[in-house]
Design a binder for this molecule. Structure first.
Ligand code: ZN
Length: 306
């Protein structure tokens, strides 16, 4: 069995490894897709997280169940939110499995984990349909947030991104307004769009200083800033505005698959539209990580198909 193994920064190799049977409380699955997450890219470029994450956005078919497993059967389609899935098959504990509803295409199931992250953030921020929302960044995280906001019924969604293709995609997926934050000052633009008030909720989906600042300066008095981007550097924050505006800032780093499935079953949401490439396992570095690291305009979400 082949698996892409993380050996360190810029050092990922596809290797032949053993394929053991599942132990108690676990299943073995044959992997259909595993998405490359921003956190995988972070590890590739900057080093490992304290907890392993490498290859955790998997979906596949159960090929064997371990002793004591009752709720899952061989042949069943599941998402596996568990590291080690850049591989032909994996062992996954049952508490990290989410059954894939009948009729859901594989490509959509492959995005259930990142979409669940967006659902969690939106719920954590208590976003309501009548809220105005600013999302900084139209990469994989920002676009998932956008889809979640659409599912919730939010009508005013303002976004920023540097890349024209992503701006176009965000507009197609339902963003109300989107601009390049280096061309227009986001806080000014947001004030214009909200009659001087500022948005109810701003969501940071990039992980850089400029976008966090845009969020902090775009929220209304007592507004909420949700932070889901992965930061690699410390950022200085102007705390006076934060205090004067009485901003609530919330970090988001979990998933809500039940809410994500509910939104998906309503229809109208097609997260698979952000997939820009499907690459074989052997090309995970050359056509996966290196393409994402280069921040190429035509790359948003890449799925690995072992
Ligand atoms: Zn992820």
């Amino acid at each position: 069995m082949k698996r892409a193994i993380y050996h360190g920064i810029k050092n990922v190799r596809v290797e032949e490894v053993s394929d053991p049977p599942p132990g108690p409380g676990s299943v073995q699955l044959k992997i259909k897709y595993c998405g490359i997450c921003g956190s995988d890219l972070h590890e590739y470029l900057h080093g490992p997280f304290p907890q392993p994450v490498f290859g955790h956005e998997a979906c596949g078919t159960i090929t064997a169940v371990g002793p004591g497993v009752r709720d899952f059967t061989v042949g069943q389609r599941v998402c596996a939110v568990f590291p080690g899935a850049f591989a032909e098959s994996m062992i996954c504990p049952v508490d990290r499995l989410i059954p894939i509803p009948d009729g859901m295409p594989w490509e959509r199931a492959a995005l259930l984990e990142p979409f669940s992250g967006a659902a969690y953030a939106i719920a954590r921020g208590a976003v309501r349909p009548e809220h105005t929302v600013f999302v900084a960044g139209a990469g994989p995280v920002g676009l998932m947030i956008l889809l979640g906001l659409k599912a919730l019924g939010v009508r005013s969604i303002f976004m920023t991104d540097l890349q024209e293709k992503r701006q176009r995609l965000a507009a197609e997926l339902g963003a109300t307004q989107i601009w390049d934050p280096t061309h227009a000052k986001s806080s000014t633009r947001v004030k214009e769009l909200t009659q001087g008030r500022g948005v109810d909720v701003a969501i940071e989906a990039v992980g850089i200083e400029a976008s966090l600042k845009d969020c902090l300066t775009s929220v209304r008095q007592q507004g909420t800033v949700l932070v889901q981007g992965i930061f690699t550097q410390r950022v200085p924050v102007h705390m006076l505005g934060f205090v004067v505006r009485e901003t609530t800032m919330i970090g988001c780093n979990a998933i809500d698959p039940a809410l994500a499935l509910r939104w998906l079953s309503q229809g109208g949401i097609q997260p698979e539209r952000i997939v820009t490439a499907v690459v074989p396992l052997e090309e995970i570095v050359t056509h996966g990580f290196e393409v994402l690291a280069a921040r190429r305009e035509d790359a948003v979400k890449i799925l690995v198909a072992p």
